[in-house]
Design a protein around this ligand. Structure first.
Ligand code: GAL
Length: 414
């Protein structure tokens, strides 16, 4: 797939405010776009084309290997939890990248406890870190620590999940709306909904943690693709559970997703109603839904289940036909982009799309889609997600981040 650098052109006003990142923004030249609240579609102003993981991992070497970018500072890396597989990878990749570039690092995991994450960040500030990389448990619960960072003039990169505080200078993530869109489009194409005629498919939804700003983008991305089919009666949500708050899953917890799926199955499908699709926003919730479908769904058809992250247990379920797809995000590349951005920030360089070629990674520079507060746009580097099914698992192996065992199952490369 053609590499596509997607850039949102900046007005003069915007360019000036970029120098100061999110906090310095005085609004943009075009009308402000709303955040992606759970109820309204998040408009990804630069929907990136999905690349394949192999392409996306084109960065053979981290930016750290560039002699001109030797570090020498201290970086605080605050991750949300180790109970969700991907954050263990993020934490170690970030730690490795910054250390390889000559930085000292402080890496913490806050066990999905926001109070603890505030404390962890405050300790990093007391430890005189030069920059913070933070994946928030709750994007609205870090103000105390973020205000202290601003007070101390310590810049903050919001990593993967946006933080609702103007102390954040820049945001590095994937195009979260596109993640959801890819899930919706997968369902649309697999069932050939556009040509379904008067056939009706039964579908259910499981969304992510309401405290996670990403969750609304994932859910809206999928629903925006599928809503026309729901309106036309081609898709039928038998439970009637379609609003985000009802289908959301606190802390992305697998058991919580399992329990709700069992309740839905026993309440609406025990009479033999066929279930065709279950859209799950990520793999930890898909694991719970797949377990419920396996144990509590009486139908003999295979249910199309979506996910996100490429977690090992879910990749096994994909090989076994229990889950149908996952949206893969190369978090090693996310750490490379974060390092390069941090280096540019610490050197006082201009931060804009001109940085992207040095990443060697498909990435969009977006100055419209995300705000840290009303009207304060947060300049964002958004990497490109991709769809993985049992037919292209080799692409994960080609990233060098997974190995394929003799049993045909994938494991994260050690
Ligand atoms: C989201 C993240 C996803 C998803 C979830 C659970 O913010 O972008 O990858 O897995 O958290 O960690």
């Amino acid at each position: 797939m053609k590499r596509k650098l997607i850039v949102t052109l900046l007005s003069a006003t915007m360019a000036a405010s970029l120098l100061a990142g999110c906090g310095g923004g005085s609004g943009s030249s075009s009308e402000a776009k709303s955040e992606a609240p759970a109820s309204s579609a998040a408009e990804a102003s630069t929907p990136a084309e999905a690349s394949t993981p192999a392409e996306a991992s084109g960065a053979e070497e981290s930016a750290a290997s560039d002699a001109g970018t030797a570090g020498g500072g201290k970086i605080g890396i605050s991750m949300p939890t180790q109970s969700l597989e991907r954050w263990n990878r993020d934490g170690s990749y970030l730690d490795e990248q910054f250390k390889a570039a000559g930085y000292e690092t402080v890496l913490t995991y806050s066990d999905n406890d926001s109070g603890r994450q505030v404390n962890d960040i405050q300790n990093m500030l007391a430890d005189n870190v030069d920059l913070l990389v933070v994946a928030a448990i709750d994007g609205e619960a870090l103000n105390t620590a973020m205000d202290e960072a601003a007070e101390a003039n310590v810049p903050v990169i919001a990593y993967d999940r946006l933080i609702m505080n103007d102390a954040v200078s820049y945001y590095v993530s994937f195009d979260n709306y596109t993640v959801g869109k890819l899930q919706g489009e997968f369902v649309e194409s697999q069932l050939d909904l556009a040509n379904a005629g008067d056939k009706t498919y039964n579908i259910e939804f499981t969304a992510g943690d309401p405290a996670d700003n990403n969750a609304g983008y994932f859910f809206n991305g999928a629903v925006d693709v599928l809503q026309p089919y729901i309106d036309a009666g081609t898709l039928n949500v038998v439970s009637g559970q379609t609003d985000f708050d009802t289908v959301a899953t606190a802390q992305w917890n697998t058991d919580t997703a399992l329990e709700r799926a069992q309740n839905v199955l026993s309440s609406y499908y025990a009479d033999g109603t066929q279930l065709d699709v279950w859209v799950c926003s990520n793999d930890s919730t898909a694991l719970g839904v797949a377990q419920a479908v396996t144990s509590d769904y009486a139908g003999d058809n295979s249910v199309l289940i979506t996910g996100q992250d490429g977690d090992e247990a879910n990749l096994k379920n994909i090989v076994d036909g229990v889950q149908t797809m996952t949206v893969y995000k190369n978090v090693s590349n996310e750490s490379i982009v974060t390092l390069a951005l941090a280096q540019a920030m610490l050197k006082g360089e201009t931060i804009d799309e001109s940085l992207i070629p040095s990443f060697g990674i498909d990435c969009a520079f977006d100055t419209e889609s995300y705000e840290t507060s009303e009207g304060n746009k947060c300049p964002s580097f958004l990497l490109v997600p991709s769809v993985i099914t049992k037919d292209n698992l080799q692409e994960l192996v080609d990233t060098g981040l997974y190995t394929m065992g003799d049993d045909g199952y994938l494991a994260a490369a050690q």
